[in-house]
Design a protein around this ligand. Structure first.
Ligand SMILES: [Zn+2]
Length: 391
């Protein structure tokens, strides 16, 4: 009977699989195209600091310079390019699919965190994030954000779940993880007890964060209202304070470290078209990048990659030379890609697909194609075959 059902279902499933593949062909590459360079052709680095300005398009930089009358460290990078941000389900991505692309090298549907679009319930397999890849290979790993720790960007770098709204699942997976630090705003189901059971030092304030010592693992739940409402609170660290302390804690090993730093409020203030809020958030993100570059220059073995998950607000240039928001949602615009510490990561002026960025990071860290395959498409087909029992 089972065999009969199987025989009956197989052509149907095979048909669905080929339909999926046709759809993905229709949407353009669902996965990265073949590499231009072999994995071993990338400059080798020891550490990676990956900075994501949520919602930051090229005109966010122009608007900030224009309105605040400042220069930006982001304009000083030797290698600058662009990243195409589309998701598997839309030309306009959300932050969950965007983070999955930037963390796992896989295009998924909007709302998904670290799962394949054809296996949203993670029944058979899920893509591996850079954070997991690095952690499994003995590197120190950290996630720092001004969003809630369960936000879409930190989520894409740490968990696997079918919807970004699965807060309980996200909190639970993060508390059970082996990462060295997860810092951000307070999320609903994170508890001091569970964090401590899993070996994390639980942190609530700036002073507690500063008191952390090398060798400790920490889970920070700061007062999110401080960042959101821009009320100065000496007990809530700024993004740059978190970044400097996180580097200090992770920079303690021969195996190297991977640190993702997200500036979340560029996006949030762009959704509400709040000019001053956005430019201040971008300035803070830029100041964080300056401190990160200072470290990388001294260290000499650190790759710094700056990009965004998508553009928010569709900022355009006006006739009078000013810049304005023209919508309250995400746009399909390409976003900046800035690189320090590798001459082979991008060619200056190159535009890449977002999913190529983590693959290039993996190869820059010396991981092989087996450990972090460029041929995700091949894995995708294998997984699809496994799902229908055609091994
Ligand atoms: Zn957004």
């Amino acid at each position: 009977m089972l065999t009969m059902i199987r025989e009956f279902l197989q052509p149907t499933i095979a048909m669905l699989t080929s339909l999926f593949m046709s759809i993905s062909a229709l949407f353009g590459t669902a996965v990265a195209p073949a590499p231009e360079r072999a994995p071993e052709d990338y400059d080798n680095v020891k550490n990676v600091i990956y900075l994501i300005g949520d919602g930051m398009g090229p005109n966010h930089l122009e608007k900030t310079k224009n309105e605040l009358g400042i220069e930006l460290t982001m304009d000083t990078f030797e290698y600058t390019g662009r990243s195409r941000t589309r998701s598997a389900s839309s030309s306009v991505t959300d932050s969950a699919a965007g983070a999955t692309a930037l963390a796992c090298g896989v295009r998924t549907y909007n709302g998904a965190l670290g799962v394949y679009m054809y296996d949203p319930l993670n029944a058979e397999s899920h893509p591996k994030s850079l954070t997991e890849l690095c952690e499994e290979n003995g590197m120190m790993t950290g996630i720092v954000t001004t969003d809630l720790t369960s936000g879409a960007t930190p989520g894409g770098f740490s968990v696997h779940t079918f919807a970004r709204t699965n807060t309980w699942d996200i909190d639970t997976q993060q508390m059970a993880s082996d990462f060295d630090l997860i810092w951000g705003g307070t999320s609903e189901y994170v508890s001091k007890e569970t964090c401590e059971e899993n070996g994390f030092t639980f942190v609530k304030t700036y002073s507690e964060m500063m008191a952390l010592e090398e060798g400790s693992r920490s889970f920070a739940q700061f007062d999110n209202s401080t960042w959101t409402d821009e009320q100065a609170d000496a007990e809530t660290p700024t993004l740059s304070q978190m970044a400097v302390k996180a580097i200090d804690l992770l920079d303690d090993t021969d195996e190297g470290f991977f640190l993702m730093i997200e500036g979340a409020h560029i996006d949030k203030h762009s959704h509400s078209n709040y000019d001053e809020g956005m430019t201040e958030a971008l300035k803070e993100f830029d100041e964080t990048i300056a401190l990160v570059l200072e470290y990388a220059q001294q260290d000499g073995e650190t790759l710094v990659v700056v990009t965004a998950d998508h553009e928010t607000g569709n900022i355009t240039l006006n006739d009078d030379g000013t810049y304005s928001f023209t919508q309250g949602s995400h746009s399909a615009a390409d976003v900046p890609l800035l690189v320090y510490g590798s001459d082979t990561f991008i060619e200056d002026g190159e535009t890449v697909d977002n999913i190529q960025i983590p693959q290039r990071i993996a190869y820059s860290l010396g991981f092989t194609a087996e450990q972090y395959p460029f041929e995700v498409f091949a894995a995708w087909v294998d997984d699809a075959k496994n799902l229908i029992g055609q091994k």
